[in-house]
Design a protein around this ligand. Structure first.
Ligand SMILES: C[S@@+](CC[C@H](N)C(=O)[O-])C[C@H]1O[C@@H](n2cnc3c(N)ncnc32)[C@H](O)[C@@H]1O
Length: 355
């Protein structure tokens, strides 16, 4: 018979996070309690300053941040809440729509606290799940092991894997894959390569979290927008476009788990950068008044699962990023924007001299 071990106060924390009526104060408190509980148990102290950078791993496909910095991700509150709710909703969806076999979950880049899954694990029966927690850092996996023991979760079928998510091959198809190995505008960390490798390993009815990440290039004033966000806590993209305060230039990357492997296959080698790049996207600078007051911004939008989404300014990983190579904007100039793969993923901008 399957059991459902109690893991209070973990379950209390999970209930607050999943309750759509929880105030932001109680949501922050719940995540802070989870973080400090995990720190007490594992000795891993979240490091905001990233001063522990020496423990980062510089992989072929991007930087894997160190366990202290990964632990700190929990305080990107809206990110953590939307991802945890999305993971929970995806699990319920899979339970409702699939046969009675255990749901195979791969959580790639789980970090030291397995933040996006561990709080809600106790809400499922032990027989219902088969969980694989993977990270490149053994220190993070050792930390997760301590947490599983402390929270009484060892009855679950959980395998810890020290591996590179950009090359890891699971022996069979997975029902749920969770991967959050990214920074804003998909710079520096290996989210693209992780998605390209793991996407094809999903069961045909499986769910990959996040379901989609879109990066747009847009003309806007960062200072003006920051001012709006400081007053109203959010941005209304459509209203800003209507008022002429935002001029979208185009989608420069659409990362979908089902297409990423094909995008990777079509990548071409750039002899100048000595890196592979995805197909470039053409953008042209519009002829608008006071062009010099605009910044070229990379905007990141994340669809975690269904309506669980993260928009501009809602989280650290969806903050706009100023494009440093497009500072001198020229009306009607044409540019090629290519996403560069390799050890430091980022966007490259070239002049489009094709016509
Ligand atoms: C941004 S942190 C997120 C941590 C945690 N999942 C969370 O959401 O709070 C990314 C984690 O992914 C791991 N990671 C990054 N690239 C990886 C790779 N190629 N293979 C395995 N782990 C990786 C890092 O070590 C780090 O623990």
């Amino acid at each position: 018979m399957s059991t459902q071990p109690s893991s209070l106060p973990l379950l209390e924390i999970a209930k607050v996070i999943l309750n759509e009526n929880s105030s932001s104060q109680s949501l922050h408190q719940a995540l802070d309690s989870f973080g400090s509980l995990c720190s007490q148990i594992t000795g891993i102290i979240p490091d905001q300053t990233f001063s522990a950078w020496a423990e980062d791993s510089f992989l072929e496909n991007g930087v894997a941040i160190n366990p202290q910095a990964a632990a700190h991700c929990i305080t990107d509150y809206q990110r953590s809440i939307v991802f945890i709710r999305g993971v929970y909703a995806a699990l319920i969806h899979i339970q409702k729509t699939s046969d009675n076999t255990a749901i195979k979950i791969l959580y790639a880049g789980c970090g030291p606290f397995a933040t996006l899954l561990l709080p809600i694990l106790g809400m499922f029966h032990t027989d219902d799940l088969e969980v694989y927690l993977l990270d490149i850092h053994q220190k993070s996996l050792d930390s997760v092991r301590k947490l599983l023991t402390h929270f009484g979760l060892n009855q679950y079928r959980i395998t810890l894997l020290q591996n590179d998510a950009c090359t890891y091959q699971h022996p069979n198809n997975l029902h749920l894959i969770i991967a959050e190995t990214m920074q804003k505008s998909l710079e520096q960390e290996p989210q693209f390569a992780v998605t390209a490798n793991l996407g094809p390993q999903l069961h045909e009815h499986g769910i990959f979290i996040p379901q989609n990440i879109e990066v747009q290039l847009c003309l806007a004033s960062l200072e003006y927008e920051r001012d709006i966000v400081s007053h109203y806590q959010q941005i209304d993209h459509k209203a800003l476009v209507k008022k002429g305060k935002r001029h979208p230039l185009g989608t420069v990357l659409n990362l979908k788990p089902s297409f990423a492997a094909a995008q990777l296959k079509n990548a071409h080698y750039n002899p100048l950068t000595e890196k592979f790049e995805l197909e470039p996207v053409k953008v042209s600078i519009p002829k608008i008044k006071e062009l010099n007051t605009f910044d070229a911004l990379f905007l990141t939008h994340i669809k975690v699962f269904k309506h669980y989404q993260l928009d501009d300014y809602e989280s650290e990983i969806t903050l706009p990023l100023k494009c440093q190579t497009l500072t001198d904007l020229k009306a009607e100039a044409k540019h090629l924007i290519s996403y560069q793969l390799g050890n430091y993923p980022r966007f490259n901008i070239d002049e489009d001299i094709s016509n």
